[in-house]
Design a protein around this ligand. Structure first.
Ligand SMILES: Cc1cc2nc3c(=O)[nH]c(=O)nc-3n(C[C@H](O)[C@H](O)[C@H](O)COP(=O)(O)OP(=O)(O)OC[C@H]3O[C@@H](n4cnc5c(N)ncnc54)[C@H](O)[C@@H]3O)c2cc1C
Length: 219
């Protein structure tokens, strides 16, 4: 694992309260699904962020949502292009085990970041992506999923007929045999989705999770 300073090249506002930060690419390699730690005013303020860009991309991107009462995201929100961030990485094991397997990726909110890393790093994934958010503005990267099955879910406002929670749709979703499932975002969605998938016969060995935070599930 390396520690370095990376320059912010660009900030792209996303949805209601999120931002895609494009950082200069470090001289280390990473696996799609791995993380960096970004430090705030002190190294005690370090938080994890999935690398949201592909391994062939020219920048290292992270997608964060502003948590107004949080520690690191208000600090990140005050940063501008040309500012530098103290970063450690890469680490983490939420990597794609078998890119040739049929894949189901379930994300809430910014939990879509590793899916973008997989999608931009591997060609021809056989993937269904279910993304659960509150409002259509938070369907980050919604026009960038060509070639995979993309299923958006908005819990508060209907979007192209899609309303409700992704976990409700999991009960009826056709599941291929040999399916590998990746669950990322809030803990409640992850636990609920896992229970449904296990009850529907998906192997525990083929379910992988990356919880970002722990609280009641409302997206
Ligand atoms: C393995 C891992 C990977 C992560 N990758 C990402 C990522 O790519 N993008 C990203 O935005 N976050 C990611 N997170 C969450 C991130 O590390 C921070 O916790 C988050 O950005 C909030 O930081 P903060 O210091 O502002 O707030 P904190 O002081 O850490 O948290 C304040 C409160 O907000 C809650 N919270 C944290 N994140 C959210 C959220 N998204 N929605 C609602 N409540 C939340 C926390 O549980 C806590 O109760 C990841 C977490 C882990 C464990």
């Amino acid at each position: 694992m390396s520690q370095t300073e990376l320059t912010i090249l660009e900030r792209i506002p996303m949805g209601v309260d999120a931002c895609l930060l494009r950082l200069e690419r470090p001289d280390w390699e990473w696996q799609p699904g791995q993380l960096i730690g970004i430090q705030g005013k002190s190294d005690l303020d370090q938080r994890d962020y999935t690398i949201a860009s592909g391994t062939r991309d020219e920048t290292l991107d992270v997608l964060y949502r502003l948590i107004p009462h949080g520690i690191l995201t208000p600090y990140l929100d005050g940063k501008q292009p040309r500012d530098r961030l103290e970063v450690v990485g890469p680490y983490g094991r939420f990597t794609l085990r078998d890119p040739t397997a049929p894949l189901l990726f379930c994300a809430t909110g910014t939990g879509i970041a590793p899916c973008r890393a997989y999608y931009r790093s591997f060609r021809s994934l056989k993937m269904t992506l279910m993304h659960g958010v509150r409002t259509p503005e938070d369907l980050y990267f919604q026009d960038q999923w060509e070639g995979i099955r993309y299923m958006p879910f908005c819990s508060r406002t209907p979007f192209r007929g899609a309303k409700g929670r992704l976990t409700d749709a999991l009960h009826d979703l056709p599941l291929e045999s040999g399916l590998h499932v990746y669950l990322c975002g809030g803990n409640e969605m992850i636990y609920e989705a896992e229970d449904i998938l296990l009850s529907r016969g998906v192997s525990q060995d083929h379910i992988y999770h990356e919880p970002y935070y722990y609280r009641a599930y409302d997206a």
